[in-house]
Design a protein around this ligand. Structure first.
Ligand code: XIL
Length: 370
């Protein structure tokens, strides 16, 4: 009986999703509207890159409008874009994304304030390249956070205030901020963000949050900062995932730990790679590996069994999100369709991957069409 059921569900998984059920064979299943499908569970979010923000890619713009009710700027609200030259703010691209969110009634996330990547060097070193004095670094952080958060006051619902501040073993990452200010920089970042917009929700964001040591360390730090008076509304779990990590058990355990500690969750950057990931489990944007054919097995398309395995894995993860949805405010997928996903070029350039909820032609992944 069980076998018949799994054969049946495999057939369902492989049945095409369609916008127009009348046109297709009887195995075709209608594509749901995602924000309706998950309306009793969580907000369902996506990211806008420059092509969509500037209106150059109508397929993905329409999917974003139709299916998603939360939005993050993929790159254009990062410090290297907003404040490339100290004090010369450029909010123009960010404004386009924020306007798009407003017009389409979407929850808007500001990504990101304090991160050791995609930030200009003046945050950390002086013109001679020497590390900044602590007081200067604090002032820089304060000016940038205040100007940025105030600019988007009332328009951005939640900010990724800090990003990737822990190592996987639960120690604090030796970022330039940590080296110059010690742990205090975390507290200051939340303090400055809260002062600039007391109504904005604030997120403590990181990857591999389901690794037990990292999860425990983040919980300890969030509790400590809260007890010192910081407003921290959510832990942000990036969740750049592989076919094997995190296991459902690891994910479930971490979600339970947050529930037990009264810490609400936002899944901030979910994606799922279907192809080999030579760099181990990481979302470090500097990770790189050389191209090999064996690392790009589906360059001519997914096989049926790979498509099935991928859909099953997506399904297991989403079922876990739904089981814990009482404590999950939002699930954001990092990319609208597969074609635009950063995974196609990271950590190896020019591969074919299937990490988002929509194939490159705009068809929805089958597991959602049940
Ligand atoms: C990625 C973008 O998707 C890429 O386009 C860019 O080249 C590098 O950054 N963690 C984060 C995101 O917090 O900002 C990163 O986004 C992915 C990893």
């Amino acid at each position: 009986m069980k076998k018949i059921f799994s054969l049946l569900s495999a057939a369902m998984m492989l049945a095409a999703c369609s916008n127009n059920p009348k046109q297709d064979s009887k195995v075709t299943v209608t594509e749901p509207i995602l924000k309706e499908k998950f309306k009793n569970n969580f907000l369902i979010g996506t990211v806008l890159a420059a092509d969509q923000a500037f209106g150059r890619d109508s397929l993905t713009i329409n999917i974003a409008k139709k299916h998603f009710n939360a939005l993050t700027a993929e790159n254009c609200m990062k410090p290297e874009i907003i404040d490339k030259e100290k004090g010369k703010y450029d909010f123009s691209e960010g404004d386009l994304v924020v306007d798009f969110a407003k017009k389409n009634n979407m929850y808007m996330i500001g990504h990101v304030l304090i991160w050791h990547e995609q930030s200009p060097k003046w945050f950390w070193v002086d013109e001679q390249g020497n590390p900044l004095k602590p007081e200067v670094m604090k002032q820089n952080m304060k000016e940038f956070i205040t100007a940025t958060v105030e600019h988007y006051k009332g328009k951005v619902d939640a900010w990724d205030v800090v990003n990737e501040t822990f190592n996987d073993d639960g120690t604090l990452r030796e970022t330039p901020y940590y080296k110059i200010l010690g742990e205090e920089y975390l507290k200051l970042a939340f303090q400055y963000a809260h002062e600039a917009d007391p109504d904005a929700k604030l997120i403590f964001n990181d990857y591999n949050v389901s690794k037990p040591e990292k999860c425990d360390a983040i919980i300890k730090k969030i509790n400590e900062l809260k007890s010192q008076g910081c407003q921290i509304d959510y832990v942000g779990m990036q969740m750049h995932s592989t076919m094997t990590f995190p296991t459902i058990e690891q994910l479930e355990t971490s979600l339970k730990k947050f529930e037990d500690n009264g810490i609400k969750v936002q899944i901030t950057e979910f994606d799922l790679t279907a192809i080999p990931f030579p760099e181990g489990n990481t979302a470090d944007i500097t990770a790189k590996a050389d191209y090999k054919d064996t690392y790009d097995p589906y360059r001519n398309g997914l096989t049926d069994s790979a498509r099935n395995a991928l859909n099953n894995r997506f399904n297991d993860i989403f079922e876990c999100f739904v089981r814990h949805s009482a404590n999950i405010e939002r699930v954001t997928v990092w990319g609208i369709t597969d074609k635009g996903s950063w995974r196609q070029d990271w950590p190896i350039k020019g591969r074919t991957d299937f990490p988002t909820l929509f194939y490159s032609d705009g068809k929805m992944k089958e597991f959602l069409c049940k």
